[in-house]
Design a protein around this ligand. Structure first.
Ligand SMILES: [Zn+2]
Ligand SMILES: [Zn+2]
Length: 259
């Protein structure tokens, strides 16, 4: 059993065949999926998709949208009452984008404060902005969450773990040129790792140019098992538990325990 802890099944990329994508995921053992929002309309769609297919949802405000309307915190608070909503994200800083950095920081800060206030874990997106991201997390007092699509070095991994956040890899771990990242994965305890596809982005090695989907997650689990020198079942079991622990929601878990 695998847990795809970050994918964008709410995106229009999946509008024409979403139910088949979910079926293929389950056929491949991906029984838990967290649908991650990146902006207000995407958040609403994430909740809708999660409701339709019995999945989990996260409410985000991606740094790429920081120059658009400010987050409507009242709407976020209302949506947080939905039992399927298990996290705040994705949120963060992305200095690769030409988006005003002060605006990114302001949005990130508001969302971190909301997560702390609501007692929810965060899903952090950080690119070319590791230092400021770590500082913002520490200032806000965030202690639960995940640094998604990790692509940093061993030192950054240590800092993230020390804050109390988990580390999540996408299939970028399977790319031939990413030996340095595999070395990071070798050194992070398996208990602190989550798996994600970030679909429709980042298809695994051998499927480049195609739309990624949750059914491709076993390729990543297999690669991580090889890196760690353990059985794929051990990777599946340990990362599944880590995902359930971080993104549990008493009411939701009860609602779906018999599905
Ligand atoms: Zn991201
Ligand atoms: Zn994403």
């Amino acid at each position: 059993m695998l847990f795809d802890t970050h994918c964008h099944l709410n995106f229009p990329d999946f509008d024409s065949d979403r139910s088949e994508v979910v079926r293929r995921a389950r056929d491949n053992g991906v029984v838990e999926i967290l649908v991650v929002g990146t902006d207000p309309s995407g958040n609403r769609k994430a909740i809708e998709v999660a409701g339709e297919f019995g999945l989990r949802a996260a409410l985000g405000f991606h740094p790429g949208h920081a120059e658009e309307a400010e987050p409507d915190l009242a709407e976020f608070r209302r949506a947080l009452a939905d039992p399927r909503v298990v996290a705040i994200g994705e949120i963060g800083l992305d200095y690769h984008y030409q988006v005003d950095r002060d605006k990114q920081a302001a949005v990130f800060r508001r969302m971190l404060d909301l997560a702390v206030e609501a007692g929810r874990p965060v899903i952090v997106h950080s690119r070319e902005a590791a230092g400021p991201t770590l500082a913002a997390l520490a200032t806000a007092g965030v202690k639960r969450g995940v640094w998604h699509c990790f692509s940093g070095d061993v030192r950054l991994a240590g800092q993230v773990l020390e804050l109390g956040l988990e580390i999540s890899f996408t299939a970028n771990l399977t790319y031939r040129r990413n030996e340095a990242l595999r070395e990071v994965a070798r050194q992070v305890p398996l208990e602190r790792l989550l798996l994600e596809t970030d679909a429709p982005f980042l298809p695994p090695e051998g499927k480049s140019g195609r739309r990624n989907e949750p059914a491709f997650l076993p390729a990543l689990a297999g690669a991580l098992a090889e890196i760690k020198g353990v059985r794929p079942e051990a990777v599946a079991e340990t990362t599944f538990e880590a995902g359930r622990r971080l993104f549990r929601n008493g009411r939701f878990d009860k609602d779906t325990s018999e599905v």
